[in-house]
Design a protein around this ligand. Structure first.
Ligand SMILES: [Ca+2]
Length: 217
């Protein structure tokens, strides 16, 4: 008996993201303990700046010590030696992301040229430098820098690591992460099993049509 009505429901099996972190947050470092009129030092592993974890040898969380790029707080990525900060946040595998951030340097020397390494999970690290020759605490001469990466999973860790083993390191503020991949590009592609169901439905449909024609004549 040939099927007169063929109903095949193609259920998309959209796997929910595993091990979701949280959306990127607090890129301007405004949410955290009060750094006061000057600064406070945060040691390795410290997570008191919301969303971020301190790495390396620690950082200085800058309050009133110098002009921020955005809001009222920023960072010196070297406390007494090279430190850093990192955040793990939700991403979509395969999407291209743009990170922009404001870079300057502790106006004191050494060194004159401050260096920071930026890296996202699965992407190459890039080193950025800043020359403090013309800057001061009142005029930090913040420069906007850009780093691009392609996410390799549902969560990505973005790190900023000082390369200055000094108490006067690179200054960081105003980190912004933007997903550059258009939403239309995420339309699920049928899996092999879903394609097989489509082909099966087409074949059975053709058979059913022939059967009905045969009975009609
Ligand atoms: Ca800020």
């Amino acid at each position: 008996m040939k099927p007169s009505i063929l109903q095949i429901t193609l259920a998309s099996t959209l796997l929910a993201g595993l091990a979701q972190a949280a959306p990127f947050q607090n890129g301007s470092f405004e949410i955290g303990p009060a750094p006061g009129g000057s600064f406070i030092t945060l040691g390795p592993g410290n997570t008191s700046i919301t969303g971020w974890e301190v790495t390396g040898a620690g950082i200085d969380y800058i309050g009133g010590l110098w002009q921020p790029a955005d809001g009222s707080r920023s960072l010196d990525l070297s406390a007494t030696a090279a430190g850093g900060i990192q955040q793990t946040f939700d991403t979509v595998a395969g999407h291209n992301y743009q990170v922009t951030f404001s870079l300057a340097g502790n106006p004191s020397t050494p060194p004159l040229i401050k260096s920071v390494s930026v890296q996202a999970t699965g992407s190459a690290a890039t080193t950025y430098t800043f020359d403090i020759s013309l800057s001061s605490t009142a005029d930090m001469r913040w420069a906007t820098q850009t780093y691009n990466f392609t996410a390799t999973g549902a969560a990505t860790t973005l790190s900023f690591t000082s390369l200055d083993n000094s108490a006067m390191g690179p200054a960081l503020d105003n980190v912004v992460v933007t997903d550059l991949t258009p939403a239309t590009a995420v339309t699920p592609v049928p899996t092999l099993s879903e394609w097989a169901l489509v082909l099966l439905a087409t074949a059975l449909g053709a058979l059913g049509l022939r059967g009905r024609r045969g009975r009609g004549h």
